[in-house]
Design a protein around this ligand. Structure first.
Ligand code: ADP
Ligand code: MG
Length: 562
């Protein structure tokens, strides 16, 4: 291993040379209390920045043993340390100096969710930051003095400050882990209480804006903290905060009604992202939802390959088969039907549906329409939502402002008024509609085998994220913008990474997609990020991986057992 003097000498030697000479830095160095691995050197100052890892012995950090007490606290600590490194690099790095992004030192930029991230690896031996540096140049000429400052002064200080900190940061780390641990315990206790979601009293659900996930605060206007209606109130125990009181949403069919602009969608959005923990002071940090919950929406234009949508749609014109339905351009209703069937294929136990983003003809059909329209291929959701729970054990939470018919199929009706919930089940539901239909799913149709489109691009394989909402497989772009539960671009990066594993594992073609994804997930989550030397990944759910596969145009799929 090279030391600081050798690194300095190396930089002097390549100073003023062409950019390619930076390749000489692809070595491990040891200096100022940490080991620096330069895993990848970028090709030019405009390319994605160079990948570094800075590793410090755990005994040389101020991380307390408590942070490694269990996997939950460790995950929270890794998330916290990513944010700390990001903060310190903002303070210490001198910014862009030269062509392109020359001079920047960066790391994942997390949002409000606490996620399993590859940017920090913490274990019994060491703490490792996986960060990025844009190696500096003017044009293609290496700026040695800037590089020297970046490595030997700025990066060194950032790593120091992010691994050796005072008690105030120590306390924040503890709080971060405490809250995350409490969130996980709430989430994991839901099903024991026959609940699908929990929103604590005092939670702040609204966000600053549609593009800013920070909590709305009183300087933006009056904010109404959440308060459970008495009848849905439950107190749950948490390991750190102790008892937490709030609203439990029971299993079954729940309808959230209310006038426009009274906070219905805000509540549903908090529930759908309650599959993940949130930062202290986020407002939703103890809002918890069963981890397999899936937001369902209409998504016209998407491609569908070989999905059995017959529980919802039958007898299409010209006898088009709906037990193995394919289209390159789905309608609102067929897309929503496929989204539900694919969610069932992932093993979901909770569907989340907002009228705002649904196809009306998929949701309801009123009596006048029934009388006039004789050939209607669609069985609207309202006709099967109860049997979906009775026969398949799949609960649903439906937000509606217009479709009062849903009251008669609900187990629980919640009215949102002035941003506060009220339980009005007995008032709203004058009758409960008996379940006429059974909701049967041919088990074979949940075992589709799916092969990805060709990953080849030129003579290389290509699996990549293009921002948060697009994936690329070979030459095929996959639009995943409808997947509202993908929280960050780093999850999209990780989906791309897992698609490569999927493609390799799928080669034989005989195993169902769900099992292949399950298997790669098990392998992936049990081995952690220690041996995956990339800093830009955050773990998604297996649901989103399968949903991404389903959206790729040009997948081949077989086996639905008509
Ligand atoms: P709906 O779906 O019922 O039409 P939304 O959930 O979209 O209503 O909320 C309407 C507006 O009210 C949004 O701008 C939202 O940020 C705001 N809002 C929601 N809940 C609260 C709350 N508890 N306190 C203050 N403002 C809120
Ligand atoms: Mg709404």
């Amino acid at each position: 291993m090279q030391n600081a003097t050798q690194l300095k000498e190396l930089i002097h030697r390549i100073d003023g040379k062409g950019y390619k000479a930076y390749k000489h830095l692809e070595l491990p160095f040891i200096f100022n209390g940490f080991v620096l691995f330069i895993d990848h050197v970028q090709g030019d100052p405009y390319a994605a920045p160079s990948a570094l890892r800075a590793r410090i012995r755990l005994s040389d950090t101020s991380i307390s043993p408590r942070a490694l007490e269990n996997e939950t606290r460790k995950l929270a600590a890794e998330d916290f340390l990513t944010r700390l490194f990001l903060f310190n690099s903002g303070k210490i790095c001198k910014g862009i100096r030269g062509t392109g992004t020359s001079g920047l030192i960066s790391i994942q930029k997390p949002g409000q969710e606490i996620l399993k991230r590859s940017s920090v690896v913490l274990n019994d031996e060491y703490l490792e930051f996986r960060c990025y540096a844009s190696l500096p140049a003017r044009g293609r000429t290496i700026l040695g003095s800037v590089a020297e400052s970046m490595f030997l002064s700025e990066l060194t200080d950032i790593v120091q400050l992010s691994s050796n900190f005072d008690s105030s940061i120590q306390n924040r780390l503890t709080l971060h882990a405490d809250i995350y641990e409490d969130y996980c315990s709430l989430r994991d206790t839901l099903s024991r209480h026959d609940l699908v979601a929990f929103i604590p009293d005092g939670a702040i659900l609204p966000r600053k804006s549609g593009i800013d996930a920070q909590p709305l605060n009183n300087s933006d206007g009056p904010v109404v903290p959440f308060r459970s209606p008495e009848s849905l109130e439950i107190t749950l125990q948490t390991p750190n905060k102790g008892p937490v009181c709030g609203m439990g949403i029971p299993k079954g069919v729940t309808v959230i009604a209310g006038g426009g602009f009274h906070g219905k969608s805000t509540l549903l959005n908090a529930i759908q992202i309650g599959i993940y923990g949130h930062l202290p002071l986020d407002g939703r940090e103890l809002t918890a939802t069963v981890p397999d919950a899936v937001k369902i929406r209409a998504e016209d234009g998407r491609s569908i390959q070989n999905v059995n949508i017959s529980p919802f749609i039958r007898n299409l014109p010209f006898g088009k088969d709906t037990t193995a339905f394919s289209t390159v351009n789905a309608s609102g209703s067929t897309s929503q039907a496929a989204n539900i069937m694919e969610a069932i294929e992932t093993g979901t136990t909770l569907l989340l549906i907002d009228e705002d983003t649904s196809a009306t003809n998929f949701m309801i059909r009123d009596d006048k329409m029934k009388a006039i329209v004789r050939k209607e291929p669609i069985t609207p959701l309202i006709d099967v939502i109860r049997s979906l729970y009775r026969d398949q054990g799949i609960s649903s939470i439906i937000v509606t402002g217009g479709a009062g018919d849903y009251f008669s199929v609900a187990d629980t009706v919640i009215l949102m008024e002035d941003y506060l919930p009220e339980e009005i089940t007995s008032k709203a539901r004058t009758e409960i509609r008996d379940v006429e239909n059974t909701f049967t799913v041919n088990p074979e149709s949940l075992k589709r085998r799916v092969k990805l489109p060709s990953p080849r691009k030129g003579n290389k394989e290509n699996f990549a994220a293009k921002g948060q909402h697009t994936l690329q497989i070979g030459r095929t772009f996959v639009d995943i913008s409808a997947l509202e539960q993908v929280a960050e671009v780093y999850q999209t990066e990780c989906i791309a990474f897992l698609l490569k594993q999927y493609n390799d594992a799928m080669a034989s073609g005989s195993t169902p997609m769900a099992s292949v994804v399950e298997r790669i997930f098990q392998r992936f989550t049990s081995s952690g990020f220690r041996n995956i030397k990339r800093g830009n990944l955050a773990v998604p759910r297996k649901q989103e991986v399968m949903f991404a596969i389903n959206r790729a145009r040009g997948i081949q799929s077989w086996g639905t057992g008509k």
